[in-house]
Design a protein around this ligand. Structure first.
Ligand SMILES: Nc1ncnc2c1ncn2[C@@H]1O[C@H](COP(=O)(O)OP(=O)(O)OP(=O)(O)O)[C@@H](O)[C@H]1O
Ligand SMILES: [Mg+2]
Length: 321
């Protein structure tokens, strides 16, 4: 374990600064009041003249408004692939970072989509979860790749696919991600975001053992619903087997198109069958994600307004408040 991962591209300007109006809406206070709570030192003027607040200012404003920052681990999992786990994990991590949370994103997926999306290059031999789960305190935070703003990334690589053979012992499965999260907490992070592979293998089981919150993105297709049921069953079985508190579940309907009957029916069915566990709003289908990814920008790094952002904001509020 030598060369640590590094960012490939220079980060976009002020990627995690939040627009003053956005922060004011989040805190339900006037922009003038929020400006004072954040402190003039933490304000910046963006091209075009808008005012943005740096994460430290956002944190100060949140704290002054009574928000606390208890340590939390949020897992994103679904047996079904390609339905928005990584997109959701990235949105959660970047939104929380904008609000001043000290966020660590742990990429557990051998496909390394989150790592790629953040533009992080992982040289051969750079430590990933596979290398350090048995002794995380010894290798973290040195293994974290600098991502923009107060967002740190434990990158992933193909070797994480070997976890199913190296992480077989139930006690090790119970503790691997929990110990990693504890080491991140020790290093000063207050939010750990886990991006799981599309399987219920060792990495996902370990992630579910550590999670206070479990976000299950689903699409409108039957396979997504099957994946949702299996993921819920697995989460309940894990809590029982390991005598752990079950995480709070949030079912997130992603890629929603209200013009499609099948999408409207899926939304109704989710709300009927899962009630308050369903995230307040579905995430609309949009090409924005792909475009931002091409530019190396996250959903919240761009500061563009979009209904899909509002859906992620609503869920972030529910998890973080
Ligand atoms: N709301 C959305 N509208 C349109 N496209 C979306 C939306 N959310 C995600 N996508 C796109 O769908 C694809 C899959 O998303 P993502 O990688 O987040 O899924 P995943 O569940 O993490 O996949 P995997 O199971 O392979 O890890 C990506 O190309 C992403 O840009
Ligand atoms: Mg993914």
């Amino acid at each position: 374990m030598s060369a640590a991962a590094r960012r490939r591209d220079p980060s976009p300007a002020l990627p995690h600064a939040i627009a003053l109006e956005d922060l004011a809406a989040e805190l339900r206070r006037s922009p003038g009041r929020v400006r004072a709570l954040a402190g003039e030192d933490h304000l910046r003027t963006l091209p075009g003249g808008r005012t943005a607040v740096l994460p430290a200012g956002a944190r100060a404003a949140l704290a002054a408004a009574g928000r606390r920052f208890p340590f939390r681990v949020v897992a994103h999992a679904n047996l079904k692939g390609g339905i928005g786990k990584t997109t959701s994990a990235l949105a959660r991590a970047t939104r929380a970072a904008q609000l001043g949370y000290r966020v660590a994103l742990v990429d557990l997926d051998p496909q390394a989509s989150a790592t790629l999306a953040l533009g992080v290059e992982v040289p051969d031999g750079a430590p990933i979860f596979y290398d350090l789960w048995s002794r995380p305190a010894a290798y973290l935070p040195a293994a974290l790749a600098p991502a923009p703003g107060p967002l740190a990334l434990l990158p992933s690589a193909l070797e994480n696919s070997l976890l199913d053979t190296s992480l077989q012992n139930p006690k090790a499965q119970k503790n691997a991600v929990r110990d990693t999260a504890a080491a991140l907490r020790e290093a000063g992070h207050d939010l750990v975001v886990l991006d799981c592979p599309p399987s219920l293998g060792a990495a996902t089981i370990s992630a579910l053992c550590a999670a206070h919150h479990l976000v299950i993105p689903v699409g409108t297709d039957a396979f997504s619903f099957k994946g949702l049921e299996l993921t819920l069953q697995e989460s309940a079985a894990i809590a029982e087997t390991f005598a752990l508190p079950a995480p709070a579940v949030h079912v997130l309907l992603a890629r929603y198109d209200a013009r499609e009957t099948v999408a409207r029916e899926a939304w109704e069915r989710l709300r009927r069958e899962h009630g308050r566990a369903v995230s307040p709003e579905p995430v609309r289908a949009t090409s924005l994600f792909g475009k931002l990814l091409d530019r190396g920008e996250g959903l919240f790094a761009s500061r563009r307004t979009h209904p899909a952002r509002d859906a992620y904001k609503a869920l972030a509020r529910r998890i973080l408040e």
